[in-house]
Ligand binder design. Structure first.
Ligand code: SF4
Length: 408
C-alpha cells in the first residue's frame, strides 16, 4: 500500500445492518477517500456499548459491518480496516484525555443531551400503569426539588461579599448547590438514566482520531461540535505537555442526510425505517411499497409535490437525471402513480446493490477473508497507536520506561 501523507480517520457503528443512509453518508465516501489518503477506518464497538446492547450479538454485528464494508468496496489493500476494541490504546488515550477535558465542554454536547433525554423517555415509556405514574411523579418531585434548591441558595448568595474575606463554608455550600443545579439545568433530568461512558463519548471520539494523528475526518456538519471538542482536547494537551497532536479538519463536502422510509426521521436501523444494503430484492420492494410519500396524493390523478416526497429524494441517488425529470413531471401532473414511482426506485436500488450483494455472498462463503483483513488492520493500527501512547507516556511521566528515567 502506498502511503499518502495526509491521514484520514473515520468510524462506523456495528449496527448489524448497514443501510442506504450509512452507505451514501459514509461507506461510499470512504471508498473514494481510500484512493487519495492514508485511510484508517474503524468499527467502533467501544462506542456501541455506551447504550443498551446485547453482548452475545455484538461480535456478529461487528463481523457483519466489516463484511458489508468490504462488499461495498473497502479494499484492505488500500485502507486500514479494524475493530476499535482490538486496539486497547483507544480506551487508554481516552482516560489520559479525560485529564485535560473540561467538564463544562462535555456538558455542552448536544448529542449527549439528546441521547440522555431519549434514554429517560424510553425508560418511562417501557413502564406501564402505576410504575409509569410513579416514574412521572419522580420527575415532578425532582423538578420541584430543583426549584426549591434554587430558592434556598438565595440567602447564601446574598451573604457572599465579593470585597470581604472568603468564607470557606459559605463558598462550599454555594459550590455544591450551584454545581448540582447547573448539572441538572445543562443536561436535564435524563442524565440520571445515562451512563458516564455516554457522557465521555466525545472524548473517546477525540482519542480515536488523535491516536493516529489523523488530520482529516469525513463527517457531516452535525458532528462539528464533537470535532470542536477534539481540537480543544488536542490544544489543551499540547499546551500543557508538549506538541504531539495535530489540528483536525472536516473533509469538505456534503454528507447527504438520508431520511428513513417514514419520511420524517433520519434513516436508522433502530427506528426500523431503513433499507439495508444487503436486503434481498423482495424485501426492498416490500419496504418501499409501504414508504411514506406526499400525503396530499390520494388518487393517482392528484397532482403531487416531489419536493416534499422522500421517495423522490432517494431517486436522486439511484435514478438517471432524464428519468427523474420524467417522474417529476408525471408526479406534478398526476399522470403517474406512487406505485410506479416506487417500482422504478426499487428496481434501481436492486440493480445498484447487486454487485455488493454478490461480493457479500463471496465473503460469507469465505469468512476468513474478513477476519484476516481485520487482523491486518489491527496490526497496522496497533503499531501507530503504541507509538503515540509511548510518546504520551513519556510526556506524562507514565509507564515502565518513565521509572527508568526518573530524576534523582
Ligand atoms: S409520484 Fe413519486 S415523487 Fe410523487 S408523491 Fe408519489 S412517490 Fe412521491
Amino acid at each position: 500500500m502506498t502511503q499518502p501523507t495526509e491521514r484520514v480517520f473515520s468510524g462506523i457503528q456495528p449496527t448489524g445492518d448497514i443501510h442506504i443512509g450509512n452507505y451514501l453518508g459514509a461507506i461510499k465516501k470512504w471508498v473514494e477517500i481510500s484512493e487519495r489518503y492514508d485511510s484508517i477506518f474503524c468499527i467502533v464497538d467501544d462506542h456501541a456499548i455506551t447504550v443498551d446492547y446485547n453482548p452475545a450479538k455484538l461480535p456478529r454485528m461487528v463481523f457483519e459491518a466489516a463484511l458489508t464494508g468490504m462488499a461495498c468496496g473497502l479494499d484492505p489493500q488500500k485502507c486500514t480496516l479494524f475493530v476499535q476494541s482490538h486496539v486497547p490504546e483507544h480506551v487508554e488515550l481516552t482516560w489520559l484525555f479525560n485529564t485535560v477535558t473540561p467538564l463544562g465542554s462535555l456538558f455542552r454536547m448536544t448529542q449527549f443531551k439528546e441521547k440522555s433525554r431519549n434514554a429517560l423517555y424510553k425508560a418511562i415509556a417501557k413502564k406501564e400503569g402505576e410504575a409509569q405514574s410513579s416514574a412521572l411523579y419522580q420527575i415532578k418531585s425532582l423538578g420541584d426539588a430543583t426549584v426549591k434548591q434554587l430558592t434556598a441558595l438565595q440567602p447564601d448568595l446574598t451573604a457572599l461579599e465579593p470585597e470581604g474575606q472568603p468564607d470557606e463554608a459559605l463558598i462550599a455550600r454555594i459550590n455544591d448547590g450551584l454545581g448540582g443545579l447547573m448539572q441538572k439545568l445543562q443536561v436535564g433530568l435524563g442524565v440520571s438514566e445515562a451512563s458516564a461512558a455516554l457522557f465521555d463519548y466525545p472524548v473517546l471520539q477525540a482519542a480515536d482520531i488523535l491516536l493516529y494523528k489523523a488530520t482529516l475526518v469525513p463527517v457531516g456538519e452535525d458532528q462539528e461540535q464533537h470535532l470542536e471538542l477534539c481540537r480543544e482536547v488536542a490544544e489543551r494537551f499540547n499546551r500543557k505537555f508538549g506538541d504531539v497532536f495535530p489540528q483536525v479538519h472536516r473533509i469538505p463536502g456534503e454528507a447527504p442526510r438520508i431520511l428513513g422510509l417514514d419520511g420524517k426521521q433520519k434513516m436508522s436501523k433502530s427506528l426500523d425505517n431503513h433499507i439495508g444494503v444487503l436486503d434481498e430484492p423482495k424485501v426492498i420492494q416490500k419496504k418501499l411499497a409501504s414508504a411514506f410519500t406526499d400525503p396530499q396524493r390520494i388518487r393517482r390523478s392528484d397532482p403531487g409535490r416531489p419536493e416534499i416526497c422522500n421517495i423522490f429524494s432517494l431517486h436522486r441517488y439511484f435514478t438517471t437525471e432524464g428519468k427523474r425529470e420524467e417522474l417529476e413531471q408525471g408526479c406534478r401532473a398526476g399522470t403517474i402513480g406512487c406505485f410506479d414511482c416506487k417500482k422504478e426506485l426499487a428496481g434501481n436500488i436492486i440493480t445498484a446493490f447487486e454487485p455488493i450483494r454478490n461480493r457479500a455472498d463471496t465473503f460469507r462463503q469465505n469468512p476468513q477473508l474478513v477476519i484476516d483483513a481485520l487482523e491486518a488492520g489491527r496490526a497496522r493500527s496497533s503499531e501507530i497507536a503504541s507509538q503515540t501512547i509511548g510518546e504520551v507516556h513519556q510526556l506524562l511521566g507514565l509507564g515502565r520506561r518513565a521509572l527508568g528515567q526518573m530524576q534523582k
